[in-house]
Design a protein around this ligand. Structure first.
Ligand SMILES: NC(=O)c1ccc[n+]([C@@H]2O[C@H](COP(=O)([O-])OP(=O)(O)OC[C@H]3O[C@@H](n4cnc5c(N)ncnc54)[C@H](O)[C@@H]3O)[C@@H](O)[C@H]2O)c1
Length: 253
């Protein structure tokens, strides 16, 4: 068995930057037809055009995952263009700077939950029916190590990622016998724009972040992408409902 995705159609939400972008590139390199989706049309279109110029099969569909109609239209466009969806990486997510829980702000709570939880839920409820029609598929949701334990001064984000695991595990059980495998990746700190924005606000976070991983560094987006491709591949045929840490050992200390 191999990580060959020739003939497979793969969707990546939040695909224009960071972990999503690295996963788009990994799917393309593995031969998949990749649908890049993101709220950022400029970055997304540029990425799809670059991949096409490099000889890959790629397209961009703009979609805000918090918008039910846009997510429905995204999956309908994939059905119309490709007739199937084999792999879906529900990765779009946000982090907004927070303080301790009692100092929390309701607008921040609603926004984080909307993107990180409702966004994943919208995507799954439209992806799963198409996968059931074709007899199976693989979904990977982006959670976080913040879904596996406490995340001080990130309690809303942590709660949102715990919820992603709830959706992942419940749906994995509901659709296991129908051939739809549903897993989550739980990255620790990964060097993307999200991390760089946090360091800009609080420069001490760079050193702290490196130190929280036993491997002594933050992770690279490509290292998460490799885990996503594994979970989407036939190699992971007996793996469903898991929350896979991609964390440089952070969760074992
Ligand atoms: N970077 C980290 O340290 C880290 C760690 C653990 C988990 N994560 C998770 O990984 C995922 C990707 O994070 P990243 O670091 O690559 O972030 P990023 O900010 O670099 O990229 C996120 C992408 O998602 C898109 N996006 C944001 N809101 C959207 C929406 N409503 N609809 C569609 N697209 C939207 C953005 O335009 C952007 O292209 C997120 O779910 C994040 O919570 C990141």
């Amino acid at each position: 068995m191999s990580n060959d995705f020739k003939g497979k159609v793969a969707l990546v939400t939040g695909g224009a930057a960071g972990i999503g972008l690295a996963t788009v590139e990994a799917f393309a390199a593995a031969g998949a037809t990749v649908v890049v989706s993101d709220i950022d049309r400029t970055l997304g279109e540029a990425l799809a055009s670059r991949l096409q110029a490099e000889g890959h099969s790629a397209s961009f569909i703009a979609c805000d995952v918090t918008n039910a109609d846009e997510v429905k239209a995204l999956i309908e466009q994939i059905r119309a263009a490709h007739g199937r969806l084999d792999c879906a990486f529900n990765n779009a997510g946000i982090e907004i700077e927070q303080d301790k829980l009692a100092d929390g702000n309701e607008a921040v709570f609603d926004r984080i939950m909307d993107v990180n939880v409702k966004g994943v839920w919208h995507c799954m409820r439209h992806e799963i029916p198409l996968m059931l029609e074709q007899g199976g598929g693989a979904i990977v949701n982006t959670a976080s190590v913040a879904a596996l334990g406490a995340a001080p001064k990130m309690s809303i984000y942590s709660a949102s990622k715990h919820a992603v695991l709830g959706l992942t595990r419940s749906a994995a059980v509901e659709y296991g016998k129908k051939g739809v495998r549903i897993n989550a990746v739980c990255p620790a700190v990964i060097d993307t724009e999200m991390f760089r924005r946090a360091v800009e606000i609080e420069p001490r976070k760079a050193e702290f972040a490196a130190g929280m991983h036993p491997v002594g560094r933050v992770g690279q987006a490509e290292e998460v992408a490799a885990a996503v491709l594994y979970l989407c591949s036939a190699n992971a045929g007996f793996t469903t409902g898991i929350a896979l840490p991609v964390d440089g050992g952070a969760t074992c200390i």
